[in-house]
Design a protein. Structure first.
Length: 69
């Protein structure tokens, strides 16, 4: 069976996709180094996996060090 990557990822899954511990991922999001998740329902936050892929490819970086989403 082929492994499928979800369109939206929980914090834990987003951290796994970047080979990080959830606490490390959370710190980098809080510091603005990684994109914030979006609340898709009350209390349900998810990250777009396309944003995470683009981040890896350097496509979200701005000259000021921020992220372009």
């Amino acid at each position: 069976m082929k492994h499928r990557t979800p369109f939206l990822a929980s914090e834990r899954t987003a951290a796994e996709l970047l080979d990080m511990k959830p606490a490390e991922f959370r710190q980098l999001v809080k510091a603005g180094h990684l994109p914030r998740g979006e609340e898709i329902a009350p209390g349900v936050v998810r990250w777009e996996t396309d944003h995470l892929r683009n981040l890896r490819a350097g496509k979200l970086a701005r000259p000021d060090g921020g992220l372009e989403l």
